[in-house]
Design a protein around this ligand. Sequence first.
Ligand SMILES: [Ca+2]
Ligand SMILES: [Ca+2]
Ligand SMILES: [Ca+2]
Ligand SMILES: [Ca+2]
Length: 454
Amino acid sequence: MNATEGGQFEPTGRSKGTILIVTIWVVLVLAGLALVFAHSMRIAAIVAANHVASLKAESVAAGASEFIMAQLAAGEEETGDLMESEPYEAVELGEDYFWVLRSNLEDDDEFDYGLTDEAGKVNLNSASEEMLLRLPGMTAELAASIIDWRDEDSEISPGGAEDEYYLLLSEPYNCKNSELETVDEILLIKGASEELLYGEDTNLNGILDDNENDGDLSDPDDNRNGRLDTGFYDYVTVYSVEENVDNEGGQRININDAGARGDLQSALQETLKEERTLEVMSLIPTRPSFDNILDFYYMTGLKFEEFTQIADRLTTSDEATMPGVVNVNTASKEVLLCLPGLEENDADALLSYRDRNNELDSIAWVTNVLDREKAVGIGTYITVRSFQYSADIVCLSGNGRAYKRYKAVFDTAGGTPHVVYWKSLTHSGWPLNREIVAALRKGEPLTNRILGMN
Ligand SMILES: [Ca+2]
Ligand SMILES: [Ca+2]
Ligand SMILES: [Ca+2]
Ligand SMILES: [Ca+2]
């Protein structure tokens, strides 16, 4: 530029070009900034929308939990039907949806929905080592280590582990020496692994997903055999417990307590004639030591109809609670096979009898299926009642933008269902058919065709 008389700078031809270039740059930068702002505003809008969707999915989970507790409270009278009473598939809650997902133990190709009865499982805190060993995939090392983990002493059982083992780990911790509080806690125990617990079903949806059948191409490292090889996760619990009282909440009569003979006689008299009562009483030893109430049934020669009327009022335990008794009315075949002495044909026979009969209101029914030795052999470990249920709650916002998934355990003991465990499973990914999400994102309705897809 040149200085002029007025001290002004006159642009030369060259500097005119410079100004033009600068102007173009400024315009370009401003346009770019405008684009950036528009873009970031759009991102902000999406983030906000996703956040709203996420909050909605979260509140659906709370709603689903309330819904389940209402179902449990209403179904208390007929707990046997509770598992089937609601389909729990794509339940609408306002604009949003939830599912209660359950592993389909029969078919790894089809989703199953509903509550899961925790009493139909093997309780890791009360099962004997022998019962633990009968779980699918269980190793002798892990079974022994579970016993050591939960027992109070520090004596190492063969194959087991106490402090000596855990304190030498690179991240050391103590042997717990008390009960497991969650099923996942088992992963802290020597010999346990996600592979043993979950098997190939790492997202816990009961379905063989693509990544669970592609070898080591993607996690997990599966055997690519076209079948879902599961762990023992679906067969174990730490929650099952019931009070040792009859169905009306009344105190039970301990048939092994010689001091309770009078109570037993009165109870028998309520259903039997005087003569028959005395006949039965005469068969009870002065110092009775029945293994369980089924042992009593066989020893006294009570008729099945006579025994079923009184069975619920009898016990052989002085304990106030019966932890970990297995509900024979709801247990899966795998769980039935964990009961002492039962073989595959026994489990099949129990399942088949269960399907054909409705009135299974005392454990006496197993005597119609099993021989005396086997029935008495499992009599101590079984029940026909359930108080704890779990639910795998999958929630999706109505616009398909956000989902949440929770594992919840509910306890109905005491009459009012309440949550005893609540854990997010959202990190394991959307567990159901992706078309559901796709349809909602496009604003399309969830048709039966989409819901029926796996
Ligand atoms: Ca111990
Ligand atoms: Ca799966
Ligand atoms: Ca894989
Ligand atoms: Ca497989």
